[in-house]
Design a protein. Structure first.
Length: 397
């Protein structure tokens, strides 16, 4: 009997121990872990921030174009002959009327001398006939014939002079010469190009704009031009003309602007990034471009906000997001901060900033570096010493 009672007591003790261990392992311990983890505050993410600011921007119509010469020709001979003298160097600046090439004109010079002699003889014959007709010793027909002979001789002289003049090539306008294409002693056929002559100041830039932007562009508007060859220089010009028709292939229209080129840095054929300044300056809200996250669902930014006072410090992820209004005071970097993901509508980009037309107000503080680590209502700390250094030269838009 005593042995049975002892066995039952031991069994009851074992059941109690096993039940207590099971309760601790499967009920009390998970609840304790859940309470401890739930009470832990999520670590704050370090980010770099920037400010949304109001700037005065003039609307720009971007375009890509090419430079064209104000005047540019290929100098060519009107008549054939042997190159006798070359009076220029490749790349030389020449004034209007500067003689560039002499073509051998010895045959024409001989024809001119013969023509002058014939014209003098015709003049003498005409003078004799005029003296005879005054005395009534010749007919009027003879005088007319002598006059026609003299005029024919004079025309022959003028023709010889014209041919000689065509064998002396001069610059029709001031400009810069290209690389010469002929040598002394070379025979030139009529129309053979000798050298290019280009007037570089001013210079034209031609660029297409889509027909949708046609109402934004008119003659007299100012343009800004940037070229890859001189990234630190900015060139300005004025719209001079707009083509009279729209291309049916590209649905664009060609615009021509005139750009001052005093230093003659711009050359025909160079690539040009053009911005047409359209309309008056207007106030726009801008933010650093690095602060905008682009996705298929829309463009968004993370706005830094003070954490709600009623939010549980250990459950920031479950806190109700604050209202999407601009802060009335600057953000305190030492305060408890969270981020709100806000979708925005972007517009024109200029330099390292981009215009926001909807979703932000001036004064909002947004995350500009570190967005990839964030999610809505995450706690953040503001990094005041970090941040990327902007490049001196930004990529073309």
């Amino acid at each position: 009997m005593k042995r049975a009672i002892a066995f039952v007591a031991v069994l009851i003790l074992l059941v109690g121990v096993i039940g207590g261990l099971s309760f601790f392992q499967f009920v009390f311990k998970p609840q304790m872990i859940k309470t401890i983890i739930g009470g832990m505050k999520h670590p704050a993410t370090s980010v770099v921030v920037g400010q949304a600011a109001t700037e005065s921007w003039v609307r720009r119509v971007p375009a890509i174009g090419s430079f064209k010469p104000y005047q540019g020709i290929d100098l060519a001979a009107q008549v054939g002959g042997i190159v006798q003298t070359i009076r220029f160097e490749s790349g030389q600046e020449v004034a209007k009327g500067t003689v560039l090439v002499d073509i051998d004109s010895s045959t024409e010079q001989a024809d001119l001398k013969a023509g002058l002699a014939t014209m003098r003889n015709a003049d003498l014959a005409l003078s004799r006939q005029q003296e005879l007709i005054s005395g009534g010793n010749t007919s009027r027909a003879t005088v007319d014939s002598a006059l026609a002979t003299r005029d024919t001789a004079a025309a022959s002289v003028d023709r010889s002079k014209a041919i000689i003049a065509q064998k002396t090539l001069a610059a029709p306008f001031a400009g810069r010469l290209g690389i010469r294409k002929v040598d002394v002693g070379q025979y030139l056929s009529p129309g053979t190009a000798i050298v290019t002559l280009t007037q570089l100041d001013p210079i034209y830039v031609d660029f297409p704009i889509p027909e949708q932007a046609l109402s934004l562009v008119s003659t007299g508007q100012t343009i800004d031009v940037a070229v890859d060859g001189f990234p630190s220089d900015n060139f300005t010009g004025v719209v001079k003309s707009i083509d009279s028709r729209v291309s049916t292939d590209s649905r664009s229209v060609i615009v021509r602007a005139e750009v001052a080129n005093k230093d003659k840095l711009l050359l025909p054929g160079m690539f040009a990034n053009v911005s047409v300044l359209s309309g008056k300056a207007r106030a726009v809200v801008t933010v650093p471009k690095t602060g905008v996250t682009y996705s298929l669902y829309g463009d968004s930014v993370y706005v830094v906000k003070p954490a709600p006072a009623t939010a549980d410090s250990g459950s920031a992820q479950a806190a109700t997001p604050p209202a999407a209004t601009s802060p009335s005071a600057p953000i305190d970097p030492t305060a408890d901060l969270i981020v709100e993901r806000r979708f925005v509508r972007t517009a024109e980009a200029r330099g390292d900033r981009i215009a926001i037309t909807d979703g932000l107000q001036a004064g909002d503080t947004i995350v500009t570096e570190g967005q990839i680590k964030l999610q809505p209502n995450a706690h953040v700390t503001i990094e005041t010493t970090g941040g990327l250094t902007p490049r001196d030269t930004l990529p073309r838009q």
